[in-house]
Design a protein around this ligand. Structure first.
Ligand code: ACM
Ligand code: ZN
Length: 530
């Protein structure tokens, strides 16, 4: 190559991979590579979509998104779903030529993510108005892409506040758009039991409702209450519908049934489940509560029955059984719990918690499923096959990885979306903390402390959305967006750049959120003043 040719070629490479020259290079999460060429594909209602059975879910999603009728003979160009043996199951190649668009992947997952990328190459107006797709032009290009982590999760607590079936679907839809593959659905708590369990109807008639709800922040004095009865639950039919909706978006739902703590709503429904066996109410304040499940045999029978119904509803391989924030005072004073410590030759109440979790793990494993627990499940000995969700920082996750257990990072300092995102005056009341979007963007789920061999146990990360201070779905969206954009890039993008570059793309993404009627905070800066 002559000098001149090298310069021209280098310039071409820079232009073709840069956002500075006006090309549409604002995809979130950022793909591995995006190389433009000349020409454009013109979308039309005479575009045909071709697919085989393997790619049906993705093709239907695209057809539904574009409102294209596939049964036409007079088509002028095509979008083809094609099999290719790509190393990563969730990876894809998206090839945009003048005559057709080719989506190559090994599985429907890869094809689905190609569709989500293609969606971002369309003008954002298409999110709302499909009436005229004929003028849509997409520059010719090839995008090669695959995820960095296999577990890309978002959590939602529906117990402190509950949200409609329509909102749960909207949330899952947004997760899928950003290439998240897991929705951790926190279904039981002290303040409300939200999943219909047919064998124990009082869980719903009693446990799903609280008489009153704390007003303001839980540190406010004097304490005041809204005396309105609050609650509800998702029926099994509604859950099946949501699971099918998630399945059509390659999102796995992990249900969480908390134990042994955060169980006050269950105990209010069935007092035999606690050590003291006294009638208590569903909690109306926030925090950690003393009444937890007793370790009597009758509790295990109850929990196994509950888990049976939950396993029937959720076909995925994981059941989350909580394990966090379980005070041991009741167990210390309970004859039944103390007798079990003696008969099982356990050292203390922490080992009793480990016994509890390990016993439930055995039951869940025997049904072909795996457990996930918060990092407290390490205390007193980790159940043999458990996946650990590290929330009290990273140390639990590091320890579990060094023991050869799968780990999901969810440290509260970096990934708790119930924390404030701005220190500016006028932010809605939140639990506390400060987790600006830049902190999320710069988070690396692989701790430096891990050696090469143990890094593989970190399967991904997740942000948690605890809803004590989120009464409405608008407020949930405000806390989640745009921090979720940053997390999507942490989890998906191997060629993340820097926050300044990301911010430019995030700002453009806001227009898409507007069309989707998704509420979001505009805090992209790390303000230091309050
Ligand atoms: C948690 O935030 N208690 C897991
Ligand atoms: Zn007890």
């Amino acid at each position: 190559m002559t000098h001149k040719k090298i310069i021209v070629f280098s310039l071409f490479l820079i232009i073709s991979s840069s956002s500075l020259f006006g090309f549409n290079n604002e995809i979130i999460p950022k793909p591995d590579s995006q190389i433009f060429s000349t020409g454009e594909f013109i979308l039309s209602n005479k575009t045909n979509i071709n697919f085989s059975e393997n790619f049906k879910i993705s093709a239907y999603f695209l057809k539904d998104f574009l409102k294209i009728n596939n049964e036409q003979n007079n088509y002028i160009n095509e979008i083809n779903f094609l099999y290719k043996d790509i190393t990563n199951d969730e990876g894809y190649i998206l090839e945009i030529l003048e005559k057709n668009i080719n989506i190559y992947s090994k599985t429907n997952k890869g094809a689905f993510y190609a569709v989500q990328t293609l969606r971002q190459l369309f003008p954002f107006e298409l999110e709302k108005n499909k009436s005229d797709i004929n003028s849509v032009k997409i520059p010719c290009q090839v995008i090669k892409d695959s995820p960095k982590f296999s577990y890309r999760g978002m959590h939602l607590d529906v117990s402190r506040h509950m949200f409609s079936v329509d909102f749960i679907k909207k949330y899952i839809d947004a997760l899928a758009m950003l290439k998240f593959n897991t929705f951790h659905w926190h279904l039981t708590e002290d303040q409300g039991w939200r999943v219909e369990i047919k064998k124990y109807p009082k869980l719903n008639s009693i446990g799903s409702y609280r008489d009153s709800t704390l007003i303001g922040h839980y540190t406010d004095k004097p304490v005041t209450f809204d005396k309105t009865r609050y609650g509800g639950y998702y029926t099994q039919e509604e859950i099946k519908d949501i699971v099918a909706f998630a399945n059509a978006r390659e999102v796995l739902i992990i249900p969480e049934i908390e134990m042994p703590g955060h169980a006050q709503a269950a105990i209010a429904s069935y007092p035999f489940l606690s050590c003291e066996q006294k009638q208590i109410g569903v909690a109306s304040t926030w925090g950690v509560f003393e009444d937890i499940y007793c370790t009597r045999e009758s509790t295990f029978t109850f929990l196994e029955d509950v888990i049976d119904e939950v396993m029937d509803l959720f076909p995925g391989k994981y059941i989350h059984i909580g394990g966090d924030e379980a005070p041991k005072n009741r167990w210390k004073k309970c004859n039944d719990c103390q007798n079990l410590i003696k008969s099982e030759k356990l050292k203390d109440e922490h080992e009793l918690q480990s016994y509890f979790i390990t016993r439930m793990e055995k039951y869940i494993n025997s049904n072909g499923k795996k457990i996930i627990g918060w990092d407290e499940i390490l205390d007193g000995g980790l159940a043999p096959n458990a996946t650990v969700m590290s929330w009290r920082g990273e140390s639990g996750g590091i320890k579990a990885a060094q023991m050869g257990h799968e780990v999901i990072m969810s440290p509260n300092a970096n990934l708790y979306f119930d924390h404030y995102q701005s220190k500016k005056e006028g932010e809605p009341v939140a639990i506390g903390g400060f987790t600006p979007i830049e902190e999320v963007y710069n988070y690396n789920p692989i701790p430096k402390e891990l050696d090469e061999n143990d890094k593989k146990y970190i399967i991904g990360a997740q942000a948690n959305v605890w809803t004590e201070y989120m009464k409405t779905s608008d407020q949930v969206e405000y806390m989640v967006f745009p921090r979720i954009l940053a997390l999507s890039e942490v989890l998906w993008s191997s060629n993340k750049t820097n926050f300044t570059e990301f911010k430019l793309r995030a700002e453009k993404y806001f227009k898409r959120l507007d069309k989707l009627d998704i509420n979001y905070s505009k805090h992209l800066e790390k303000e230091e003043t309050k």
